[in-house]
Write a protein that binds this ligand. Structure first.
Ligand code: ATP
Length: 141
């Protein structure tokens, strides 16, 4: 099985470091799939889920935006924030979504509304990723 090294880091912590066979992320122009031996690339990522495949195993994470760089020796994702689906606090994301929607409604076309819109996109990405966790069948020991 061909693999490549993937590292996902935020300013706070190293979230992931392992050899994988594919990663699918949300680039600025849509979904982006990286396989072994991908040509060098540097692109921005939008808030959204991130699927990592290692052989037959799949793992989901969510990032709130960042950069992806394909280097000859590894692929690096520098994320503003990133959580594994199991770490997502759904109530917190719902709360952030509600707050953002209220601000956008109360003060449309303001700087506060623009910040709220970014918060809304992050919360929606988290809620969508958390849905995947719910749909995933429990692992049988
Ligand atoms: P909030 O208003 O709830 O802080 P936010 O979108 O502004 O949401 P971020 O700035 O993206 O939050 O993230 C700040 C930190 O909190 C990061 O470490 C991120 O991983 C974590 N975080 C934010 N929301 C959640 C969540 N719903 N579940 C788990 N971790 C979260």
């Amino acid at each position: 099985m061909a693999t490549f090294k993937l590292e996902i880091v935020t300013a706070e912590r190293m979230i992931f470091s392992d050899d994988v066979s594919a990663v699918i992320a949300w680039g600025v122009e849509g979904q982006l799939g990286i396989l072994p031996h991908h040509a060098p690339l540097m692109t921005m990522l939008q808030p959204g889920d991130l699927m990592i495949r290692k052989g037959r195993e799949e793992e989901y994470l969510v990032i709130s935006g960042g950069f992806l760089e394909v280097r000859p020796d590894k692929v690096i994702i520098l994320a503003d924030a990133c959580e594994r689906v199991d770490e997502i606090d759904v109530a917190r994301a719902e709360e952030a979504k509600k707050r953002a929607q209220e601000t956008m409604k109360a003060a449309p076309l303001t700087a506060d509304a623009a910040v709220a819109e970014a918060t809304l996109r992050r919360s929606l990405a988290r809620l969508k990723a958390a849905e995947k966790r719910r749909r995933k069948p429990p692992r049988v020991a």
